[in-house]
Design a protein around this ligand. Structure first.
Ligand code: SF4
Ligand code: SF4
Length: 310
């Protein structure tokens, strides 16, 4: 099949339908072009203020991050997709708490696998090339999701899909296929400030971009060194990530349980105790988190986090 045998809208709807068949909740298109000036300035200010904390990678590949055309020669469209991970079952309340996104298999692998199928579908349908991005390539995923009409960036710095909430992984296909762009989502949080007030660490004060020097999720996962002493007073039972600014958000009141089998909670993690974690060997750690996003940190870091909650 070749591109010129199809009217553009038919191709767009075929691609969207294939994305939905693959389990994505939302799929939108934006023109692949340099990121808007206001967005670039906002990001530069965030870096200049030091609020990126230990996330040094945020300073790298700025040129590419500002222009998805540099990710793929001849790029015409950014296809943005969202895959739900809100759990059907939760950890025991007394267990050291892992963020919902880490309950099942590593989202990088799960979203990537589905996007590769979508890329292949586009290749067969149109002959066009695509590049898969899932939180690894330098691309502003929330910005593109908003441009593609999927949702808006909330004060908690996460993408909120109207009527669906924020417990979604985002992924992108940068493609040489030209698709009609969707209308940008123009909604906002309005007067709501619940997440700012609920954040136990004050990481959402002073502007929408999160202060990674205070955010517990950033500190527990991205920080490889010693944690500041105050973390022990704020961390509660969190050992890997933090969901507070999503749990309190009114858009998540009716969050839909994920039907993605790979995101179902790991049974051992569901009932795990502090004692089990504290006596874990490297081999136990590897086995338990073999296919989980938690493998991004190492056992000593998990034990460091555990020490904070005891
Ligand atoms: S993840 Fe937790 S610590 Fe970080 S901004 Fe949200 S509520 Fe605050
Ligand atoms: S809690 Fe309120 S302010 Fe925060 S992201 Fe949700 S709607 Fe926006």
């Amino acid at each position: 099949m070749t591109l010129n045998r199809y009217p553009c809208d038919d191709i767009a709807e075929s691609v969207r339908a294939e994305a939905m068949r693959l389990g994505f909740t939302a799929c939108g298109f934006a023109r692949a072009e340099p990121v808007g000036e206001a967005e670039c300035r906002y990001y530069e200010e965030w870096i200049a203020s030091g609020r990126n904390g230990c996330m040094d990678y945020a300073k790298r590949y700025c040129e590419v991050r500002d222009n998805p055309q540099l990710l793929l020669e001849g790029a015409k469209t950014v296809i943005s997709v969202a895959l739900g991970y809100y759990p059907a079952e939760f950890q025991d309340a007394e267990s050291p708490q892992f963020s919902y996104y880490a309950y099942g298999s590593d989202y990088h692998d799960v979203v990537k696998a589905r996007l590769r199928v979508l890329a292949q579908y586009i290749k067969e349908l149109t002959g066009c090339d695509s590049r898969v991005c899932v939180d690894t390539a330098p691309i502003r995923e929330k910005y593109w999701a908003q441009r593609a009409g999927i949702g808006f960036v909330g004060r908690n710095n996460l993408l909120i899909i109207p009527g669906k909430g924020s417990f979604y992984f985002l992924g992108e296909l940068v493609t040489t296929l030209e698709l009609p762009p969707d209308e940008q989502c123009e909604l906002s949080c309005g007067d709501c400030r619940r997440c700012e007030q609920a954040c136990p660490a004050g990481a959402l004060q002073g502007g929408a971009a999160v202060d990674a020097t205070r955010c517990l999720s950033c500190l527990l996962i991205e920080n490889r060194g010693e944690l500041p002493e105050w973390v022990g007073k704020k961390v509660g039972k969190r050992i890997y990530g933090c969901d507070t600014c999503q749990q309190c958000c009114p858009h998540n009141t009716r969050a839909e349980k994920s039907e993605v089998p790979e995101f179902a909670i790991n049974r051992r993690l569901q009932h795990i105790t502090a004692a089990e974690i504290s006596t874990m060997t490297e081999e136990d750690f590897r086995k338990l988190f073999r296919s989980s996003a938690v493998r991004r940190i190492k056992l000593p870091q998990l034990l460091r986090n555990l020490a904070m909650i005891q």
